[in-house]
Design a protein around this ligand. Structure first.
Ligand SMILES: Nc1ncnc2c1ncn2[C@@H]1O[C@H](COP(=O)(O)OP(=O)(O)OP(=O)(O)O)[C@@H](O)[C@H]1O
Ligand SMILES: [Mg+2]
Length: 363
């Protein structure tokens, strides 16, 4: 048995309640079980590793969008005293894994390139927080299976969040069977906790502090023409300001770069062959990204919609300010039709920008 250190559980509980109070909210009833479970985990982790008969049980937190899952695991992460911890976002995990595998000089004998890239990502951590876990294709399935095996072998504790219950991962029936062994492993090895509160917190009016000073929460959705831009100290770019911008392994045509603001047309960023690594590279360099010419997503191509959804995910996780100019992207989207994967995630994140709009325009 892992005998936990009780004062660490108490300290973690307090940390959660104080973190919530600083933002002007309180831990919601649907979050309480997760707070308790994470407090217990903190107490188990407080024991020196050599006294561990086995690592604490892993935790899989899932639920609909905007229920405060990332807040829970980020707050846990922040409150953990150990330095031997890592937090990875799904998109970042794959980018760094691919970069590691493709780095010049990496050996490509069978799986060893993946293993050494994983080694580098995990380092000497005892806890890995993996936010927004999902799987959509055969490549994901292989890499995630590998990650799980590595964590098991190394006795590393995994805490994940997801919008899917384990059995719903890899929803595509074409690939689902490829993921079944990993689903089984998750169900055997992880405690599964459902955080399904009644509301998406991004959609309710909240005190400014609720966003914890996050830059993403200061983003905006503006109408065509960009009325309201001047309040951000911005004006539309002149044609002469067009410039290539280095993204991941390629340059992309920006409408302008002004200090720490980069400005793109929707078509140049979402209807061209760009990808998540490009958005991550831009987010690392520019704290503000303006995207104009945003169409109703129903009019964009399927790839364009998916890229836009990924861009919004990256902006939210990397906490950059996103200013969207154009149509409300989600108008006219048939509610019953899955036009892109995980579009409810995009809608929830955009609701946060629209909340900023309302706060700015209300007296
Ligand atoms: N108990 C709460 N009361 C009010 N707001 C909260 C509460 N918990 C978290 N929040 C806020 O709600 C917003 C959404 O939380 P978070 O990003 O953690 O949701 P999520 O469940 O991870 O959503 P997604 O599945 O879309 O990633 C954040 O701004 C967060 O600070
Ligand atoms: Mg989240």
């Amino acid at each position: 048995m892992n005998r936990p250190v009780p004062q660490h559980a108490q300290a973690m509980r307090r940390h959660f309640h104080e973190a919530a109070a600083r933002r002007g909210f309180s831990v919601a009833p649907a979050q309480e079980a997760a707070v308790e479970r994470l407090a217990r985990m903190a107490a188990e982790l407080a024991r020196p590793a050599w006294t561990f008969p086995r690592p604490p049980r892993d935790l899989y937190v899932w639920g609909p969008v905007g229920r405060g899952k990332s807040w829970l695991v980020d707050t846990f992460y922040e409150g953990l005293p150990t330095g031997r911890k890592r937090r990875l976002h799904f998109h970042d995990f794959f980018r760094r894994l691919h970069d590691g595998v493709n780095r010049p000089g990496t050996r490509h004998d069978g799986q060893s390139a993946v293993d050494s890239a994983l080694d580098e990502l995990i380092g000497d951590s005892r806890v890995l927080v993996f936010d927004e876990f999902h799987a959509h294709d055969a490549g994901d399935a292989m890499l995630i299976a590998r990650l799980f095996r590595t964590l098991l072998d190394r006795r590393i504790t995994l805490v994940t969040t997801s919008n899917y219950p384990p059995a719903g991962l890899m929803p595509d029936p074409l690939y689902h069977h490829l993921f079944e062994p990993t689903i089984q492993l998750i169900e055997e090895r992880m405690d599964v906790l459902d955080v399904t509160g009644p509301v998406d917190f991004r959609r309710v009016e909240a005190p400014a502090a609720a966003d914890g000073g996050r830059r993403f929460a200061t983003g905006l959705c503006l109408p065509p023409g960009g009325t309201g831009l001047e309040a951000l100290g911005l004006t539309a770019p002149e044609p002469a300001e067009a410039t290539p911008v280095q993204a991941h392994l390629r340059e992309l045509p920006a409408r302008a770069v002004r200090g720490d603001v980069v400005w793109f047309a929707f078509d140049a960023l979402c209807e061209a062959a760009t990808g998540v690594p490009d958005y991550l590279a831009l987010a690392e360099r520019f704290p503000t990204l303006v995207l104009d010419g945003v169409p109703p997503l129903a009019e964009a191509s399927a790839d364009g919609r998916q890229r836009f959804a990924n861009l919004v995910d990256v902006a939210c996780d990397r906490d950059i300010r996103l200013v969207l100019i154009g149509a409300d992207p989600l108008t006219a989207l048939p509610a019953d039709q899955a036009l892109t994967r995980d579009l409810d995630r995009t809608a929830s994140r955009l609701a946060m920008l629209q909340r900023t709009n309302r706060a700015r325009t209300s007296p």
